[in-house]
Design a protein around this ligand. Structure first.
Ligand code: ZN
Length: 192
């Protein structure tokens, strides 16, 4: 008989499943972010049956994949974010692969769930995922004002314009991303 990797149902059912948004009782144990080691036992988290299965499957998905493939699979928006990060005004600060951000499968799942949901500004207005990515391109926060939008746009257009870079065309892709982001946001309800 094959031993169950997560030891089956052992919780008392007094806690909720740790899966983001799940309200089922968390009766099944899975390894936590910190595994067992010489430093002592690791921590655990608790899932309902469906989610402990999904969590377990998450490990198997990555079997036989290269580090790059795993990184791509765990990445919440599949490369889009990485590309805009390279274009972002803060590029160069954190260009190393953000492996540490997603070494925990549950965190990767939660990030993916958040990536599909609108965000709410402190003024209560909703910002769609597309608008949020556009804000990232411009290096602006969720609560940016219309004025922030305009001034950052003109700042980045000056920065990336070939006329300001001795005719260097290498900034064209960045400029293009900035223009597209601005065009999206200037029509967005949250910034009117
Ligand atoms: Zn669950």
């Amino acid at each position: 008989m094959r031993q169950d990797r997560f030891h089956g149902r052992i919780g008392s059912g007094s806690r909720d499943c740790d899966w983001p948004g799940c309200k089922e009782p968390g009766e099944f144990r899975a390894p936590g972010p910190r595994g067992s080691s010489f430093d002592g036992p690791g921590d655990y988290r608790w899932f309902c049956l469906d989610h402990v299965r999904q969590f377990n499957a998450g490990y198997d998905w990555f079997e036989g994949m290269s580090a790059d493939e795993i990184m791509a699979a765990q990445h919440p928006i599949h490369g889009w974010d990485r590309q805009t990060r390279a274009f972002s005004p803060t590029a160069g600060i954190d260009q190393a692969p953000r492996w540490a951000d997603f070494s925990d499968p549950l965190e990767a799942i939660a990030q993916r769930a958040r990536a599909k949901m609108p965000s709410q500004r402190s003024d209560g207005r909703a910002v769609t995922p597309d608008e949020r990515r556009a804000l990232d391109v411009l290096g602006l926060a969720l609560d940016a004002t219309r004025h922030d939008l305009r001034s950052r746009y003109s700042q980045l257009v000056r920065k990336y314009h070939p006329d300001r870079n001795g005719g260097d065309r290498s900034f064209e892709a960045r400029l293009q991303a900035v223009v597209e982001a601005y065009q999206l946001l200037r029509r967005a309800a949250a910034f009117c």
